[in-house]
Design a protein around this ligand. Sequence first.
Ligand SMILES: Cc1cc2nc3c(=O)[nH]c(=O)nc-3n(C[C@H](O)[C@H](O)[C@H](O)COP(=O)(O)OP(=O)(O)OC[C@H]3O[C@@H](n4cnc5c(N)ncnc54)[C@H](O)[C@@H]3O)c2cc1C
Ligand code: SF4
Length: 461
Amino acid sequence: MDVLKKVPVREQDAKVRATNFDEVCLGYNMEEAMEEASRCLKCNNAQCVKGCPVGINIPEFVNKVQAGDIKAAADVIAEASALPAVCGRVCPQESQCEGKCIRGIKGEAISIGKLERFVADWSRENGVVPEKPANTNGKKVAVIGSGPAGLTCAGDLAKLGYEVTIFEALHKAGGVLVYGIPEFRLPKDTVVQHEIENVKKLGVKIETNVVVGKSVTIDELLEEEGFDAIFVGSGAGLPRFMGIPGENANGVFSANEYLTRNNLMKAFREDYDTPIIGGKKVAVVGGGNVAMDAARTALRLGAEVHIIYRRSEEELPARVEEVHHAKEEGVIFDLLTNPTEIIVDENGWVKGMKLIKMELGEPDASGRRSPVEIPDSEYELELDTVIMSLGTSPNPLISSTTKGLEINKRKCIVAEEVNGKTTKEGVYAGGDAVTGAATVILAMEAGKKGAKGIHEYLSSK
Ligand SMILES: Cc1cc2nc3c(=O)[nH]c(=O)nc-3n(C[C@H](O)[C@H](O)[C@H](O)COP(=O)(O)OP(=O)(O)OC[C@H]3O[C@@H](n4cnc5c(N)ncnc54)[C@H](O)[C@@H]3O)c2cc1C
Ligand code: SF4
């Protein structure tokens, strides 16, 4: 064993997985997990913990894995996180815990994410269940949205004895974990559903099909429904578009819609009644993780897929691992290229795209070199489907129906970073609804801080 190198993790072969929706990464088995855990230096001043937004005691749980006591490892993780099987799969560990790992200075960092995933999967397979708190304190809290922010806030409050009800607009709980991130990265019925059930086992109630702002307002929840405080974790699900001609044609999707139709409505499964016209030749515009997910989904539905991105590979905002997987599977990258128009046929359907080549100029405000059009470099690409993946912002429904809830220029709810306190008394907020589109673990951190803020507020009342 080379202690400087990670124990490699098994994956489905690229050619095979490009044709199915099964999980790409197969995870560690017990022997591999114990071997990987033995590489950890168990540092006294563990930098990895500083890189974890929810503060998991990483050396402690890794130590338990090395000893083969996986139940004890699960207990250590459960003190800080309600969604370990999710985080072990989708957190950008390379820029968080693993990015700070001391072992990574001279060799490869410990595979903290893969070990967390192993522990969580083992717990699920071995029936480890969280304990329900013995007593409730009689105070009621409503949580709006059942994504990672809402689930974490609800779980932490339930542990403190609050009666918590989550109100979710969709028919299924989980937020982006169920409607956005594809099955081949995050299995829904096993992994996500199990972690949601664990939050419910803490005593949290989840009411789906409740659109707060339409079915009921925040003011009504506080004044008429007897809730003592509210946490808003409603995410950032409103897609952006480019504003180019042809964008309203049939065959143009937002990445959110395309992914929701596949993940939540199971369009990829033949036994479901909600199919999608997946496309034979698809362009995905954008270079983030969401664009990679949309591209890899379209590929699995049988299309030739082009990523259209206006900067170069170096500036791609997606995780390196996602780009690598997309390439391995056969996604074509048309870099330094920007769409100027979607060409539409006489029946209103997409038939192609006009594009222009770009080159990199001076750095812009973000520090990245800005793309500049190369004159006379226009060309056309024949297509039948376009997926726009240009980012999202929070839906203004809640802010526009709640008196005294301030939002900023980007339509995000204004909330204090330390405790999620908004400008309206008794209302706390966190996750993408406050920061704009970010990550699962940052949403969880905000959920934790919101729970702490609500506990302090209600304890002092
Ligand atoms: C395709 C995709 C892939 C991603 N991949 C990754 C990844 O690999 N790693 C990573 O860390 N992050 C990833 N992210 C980002 C991450 O998923 C989000 O940052 C995170 O889910 C935000 O959590 P949240 O709880 O704030 O909001 P969400 O997960 O968006 O949940 C908000 C919930 O609130 C509900 N809601 C909204 N309005 C209302 C209302 N009015 N009433 C009731 N309910 C409402 C929504 O239906 C939703 O269920 C990805 C995002 C997308 C879209
Ligand atoms: S920093 Fe790395 S080596 Fe040190 S305790 Fe954390 S995981 Fe182990």
